[in-house]
Design a protein around this ligand. Sequence first.
Ligand code: GAP
Length: 466
Amino acid sequence: MSAPNIETIVSLSKRRGFVFPASDIYGGLGSSWDYGPLGVELANNIKQSWWRWLVHERDDVEGLDSSIIQNRLVWKYSGHETTFSDPLVDCRTCKGRFREDKLRDVECPNEPGVCAGSGKECSLTEARQFNLMFRTTIGPVSSDDDPASLAYLRPETAQGIFINFKNVLDTSRRKLPFGIAQIGKSFRNEVTPGNFIFRTREFEQMEMEYFCRADDAARIHQEWIDDFWKWFESLGIKPENLKLYEQGPDELAHYAVRCVDILYKFFPEREEGQAQFDELMGIANRTDFDLKTHSKKPEDADGKRLNPDSTEDLSYFDPTTNERFYPYCIEPAAGVNRTVLAVLMDAYTEKTNDKGETRVILKLTPDLAPIKVAVLPLAKNKPEIVAMAKGLKKELLPSMRTVYDDTGGIGKLYARQDEIGTPFCVTVDHESLVDDAVTVRDRDTWEQERVKVAELKEYLLKRLYT
Ligand code: GAP
């Protein structure tokens, strides 16, 4: 089987209810997607895995949930108002609009033949900078022309963390090094969104800002790169589909001294090599830029970052050394949607059954699978079997997401569960009424085992989580 590409996943997603095109009944809205019953479970499981691993299982990270709309000054001092832009170019021939730095990735929006179907062939204008922040206005009498009412939808969750640094520090009584983690929606008016949920204008981020001393920053940065690689592997992503990318000096954001991206092989259909890979997450050393820029008393010799609007000094005082300074910050920033896509692509496999029919099996890890167990009655016209199956589902539900399905023959029911990644099917048959046992079928091997009803919950929990 050739590696599944994004199109394979689009089709599976629509067919089985992972992801739907947004506003579909009104003709859709370019590059917007809604997560269906299975998609929202998968995304939630990924977010819970990240949160558990980072905030609960470690002892040095606190959580936060900050506002999407903040005071406009946040985006002035973060630099987003002036620098958060993409180079936009227009084609004089086909009138297509592209990101100059991403021409390789785009298709000409017009009929092939106009500009040979690729932005590369276009007759392009000079690039102009296009700010990616979505603007909105605050208050009932606001107007677009009134600067006092202008606000933005956040383009990253990170700034909400920096401006809460002192609040978290004072209330949690943390000492360096420590991190603040946040998961939430971000918005960017992308010039060329596309490739399904890979690049959209509304998306979700999982970001952490890890504060430390400048001397420790390089080492801690490398540790987080290694740890996040392992976290992606724990989600079932194969290491051969991941790659590290060290950003060059001309690619680094103005505040960063080093940034390493973890790339995933999102485009296996492209020519072998770097073009097959694109960013899954970025891990940056942001220096002390952010805490300084949002502080009322930055101590920069050049005076460039003077901030007369902030009411707080976001420096850190170390009582053991009597030093006051601005901590450095290491930022691992991942996208929920791109992680969903990578997990689906890596889990997608095909297998041929005895009859020569090809079946899709979604080999999601049990932790990420939207549904853990499906209970299936072998004969839906036999009330005792149906009652036993429904009773089992009820019993399992508080411990694991379980569904009951009797809408087809057993082969069809198994195939449906394989395709959505359900690790185990439990079948109730005529014999079950006699021996008080059921058949448990493994999604990946299709092997079946007879298990006593009294031991079923423990058996499934063990196989799911150990
Ligand atoms: N605070 C740093 C920051 O936002 P970023 O590299 O711009 O860094 C982090 O974003 C992650 O967010 C990316 O690696 C990607 O997974 C996700 N992301 C960014 N823009 C996205 C978009 N338009 N659509 C989907 N995911 C996006």
